[in-house]
Ligand binder design. Structure first.
Ligand SMILES: [Fe+2]
Length: 309
């Protein structure tokens, strides 16, 4: 092997080892203090003014090294968002599947990951957060699975739809909350499963369920600005009935969907400037060791599939 090739190989190997350091430190870290959704929302009460931002992510699926390593890299970028100095970033919303499979280990690791986010974090419940002893652990580490809170000129509703449905009681609750939200300039909903599949090639077809139609009609009636979801491990957005639907489910889990279709590590930054609301997706390059272990091969697979079949 030529000397230059050897030097390059050593540099790449060193960079790969370096990219493993954050996740190793996470596993050696002592348990940080836990806090609940209510405690996070309390921190927003003193916020004033009509210009702010918040971050939405989902499906970090904590507890698996591949996912945790990617989440940590994503968090590093989130914490650096403030460098743009445009508006305060008030909070981070994780729209469910914070744990890999709802185990005590998963929640413990999630608590460590959450503690690294420099903004208050509010979470919705995902279907995997309910696995095993998940419901008790969710209560312990996160608190309520349904809640509402206000921040400046906006109202936020967190819903639990992990079974892929909403009960009549939940619809009544949602409508009451939407009525309250009319006193605010903007309203946003955070829930795990989207009411309409953002990806036509997905096996997930919620739009065939009665709850999805009723939910979307309610959002249209009360002029919801954006419904944020996860569940599908990708970024995809759409506009139906004047309501924007954003699926931002690439918060750490290794995505199986092609990168070109939205299957990449990312989070979404939402900007509220008075009457105006928009968002940007931030695509994050995965940790180098993970790129070589998984991401690279995924896209090689899809490239070959497209080229050969
Ligand atoms: Fe998920």
């Amino acid at each position: 092997m030529k000397k230059s090739a050897k030097i390059l190989a050593v540099i790449i190997l060193a960079a790969v080892i370096y990219s493993l350091i954050p996740v190793t430190c996470l596993y050696l870290k002592n348990d940080p203090v836990q806090y609940t959704n209510d405690q996070a929302a309390d921190k927003l009460k003193a916020n004033m003014g009509e210009f702010f931002e918040f971050i939405v992510t989902s499906d970090c699926h904590s507890g698996l090294a591949l996912d945790d390593s990617a989440s940590l890299k994503s968090i590093r970028h989130m914490n650096r968002e403030k460098r743009f100095q445009k508006a305060p970033i008030d909070f981070v919303e994780i729209t469910g599947d914070v744990s890999f499979r709802g185990s005590a280990w998963d929640y413990r690791i999630f608590n460590g990951i959450r503690s690294l986010i420099k903004m208050p974090v509010i979470c919705a419940m995902g279907n995997h957060d309910n696995d095993g002893d998940g419901p008790n652990l969710f209560k312990k580490y996160i608190g309520k699975d349904e809640m509402s809170f206000s921040n400046r000129n906006s109202y936020f509703i967190v819903l639990n739809n992990i079974v892929g449905d909403l009960t009549e009681k939940q619809f009544a609750y949602l409508e009451e909350e939407l009525k309250k939200s009319l006193a605010y300039r903007h309203r946003f909903i955070f829930t795990h499963k989207p009411p309409i599949s953002p990806y036509q090639q997905s096996w997930y077809r919620p739009e065939l369920s009665p709850w999805a139609y009723a939910f979307m009609k309610l959002c249209e009636k009360y002029r919801v600005d954006i419904v944020f979801t996860g569940h599908e491990h990708m970024f995809k957005n759409g506009n139906y009935g004047g309501v924007r639907y954003v699926t931002s489910g690439g918060g750490g889990i290794i995505p199986h969907i092609p990168a070109g279709d939205g299957g990449f590590l990312h989070y979404t930054v939402v900007r509220v400037y008075g009457d105006y609301v928009d968002y940007e997706v931030r695509r994050i390059f995965p940790p180098l060791w993970e790129f070589f272990a998984y991401y690279m091969w995924k896209d090689v697979f899809y490239f070959l599939k497209a080229a050969l079949f």
